[in-house]
Write a protein that binds this ligand. Structure first.
Ligand code: SAH
Length: 234
């Protein structure tokens, strides 16, 4: 599949910090080869990933690797997810422009930025203070006004702004936190890497129907673990 070269003029809302730059070719190659060629079709997801300056979400020393086909370290032992996994998870949520989405595990902030390009409001929770602060600062620099960051244990969700149209958990757990199920709208979708091993999990998509979850497995992934309450007594 060959992607059309997309103009960027249709995005006047965010400052030109997201405008074409010397990494544009690398982003186009990343989206074409790693994402579109592997079957991700949602144009909103492809456009968001073409536009967002992914290299801004990693340390300067790693910027030349920012578009590689694997996760990268972001400090405190955590990682920014592989571009394809970000695309796959975002597409699976079938997002609409007026949706409100909750993310657990802000990390670098890249996934939240992808969501923020597509939906109306993004709420993201990070349990590591340093990462939460850094991501919030970057969102301000890049002009994102529709992302709210909270430094807390995401296991409990964000009641104040619930219910959400979609929830994305970007750290692994061996069960779906019940608070998140409660905070998901009827008909809403939740995606989470589920598994009991430290290194491999099954990407699991759950849809809330009649108060129950309809669950679909989407394949193997490797995420860092969800810490805090998720690990207590289990
Ligand atoms: N979405 C991120 C990548 C996530 S890495 C990105 O786009 O870069 C997983 C993140 O989940 C880490 O930053 C980790 O600190 C965070 N995390 C782990 N347990 C958590 C919890 N209980 N609540 C909120 N965040 C958590």
């Amino acid at each position: 599949m060959i992607l059309p070269l997309l103009g960027f003029s249709q995005y006047p809302s965010i400052e030109n910090t997201n405008a074409p730059d010397d990494m544009t070719n690398q982003r186009q190659k990343m989206v074409r080869e790693q994402i579109a060629n592997r079957g991700v079709k949602d144009k909103k997801v492809l456009d968001a990933m073409l536009k967002i300056h992914r290299h801004r979400f990693v340390d300067e020393s790693l910027r030349d690797k920012a578009h590689n086909d694997h996760p990268l370290p972001i400090g405190e032992g955590q990682t920014i997810s592989q571009p394809y996994v970000v695309a796959l998870m975002t597409e699976a949520l079938k997002l609409k422009s007026d949706d409100r989405v909750l993310e657990i595990g802000t990390g670098s902030g890249y996934q939240a930025a992808v969501l923020a390009e597509i939906v109306k409001e993004v709420y993201t929770i990070e349990i590591r203070k340093g990462l939460a602060g850094k991501a919030e600062k970057l969102f301000n620099e890049l002009g994102y006004k529709n992302i709210k960051v909270k430094y807390a244990d995401g296991y409990f969700g964000w009641t104040e702004y619930s219910p959400f149209d979609a929830i994305i958990v970007t750290a692994s757990a061996n069960h779906i936190p019940p608070f998140l199920i409660r905070q998901l709208k009827e008909g809403g979708r939740l995606i989470i890497p589920l598994g009991s091993t430290l290194y491999y999990q099954t990407l699991t998509l759950a849809t809330k129907k009649g108060g129950e979850l309809e669950v679909e497995q989407m394949g193997g992934v490797a995420f860092v673990p969800m810490i805090g309450e998720a690990q207590k007594g289990r």
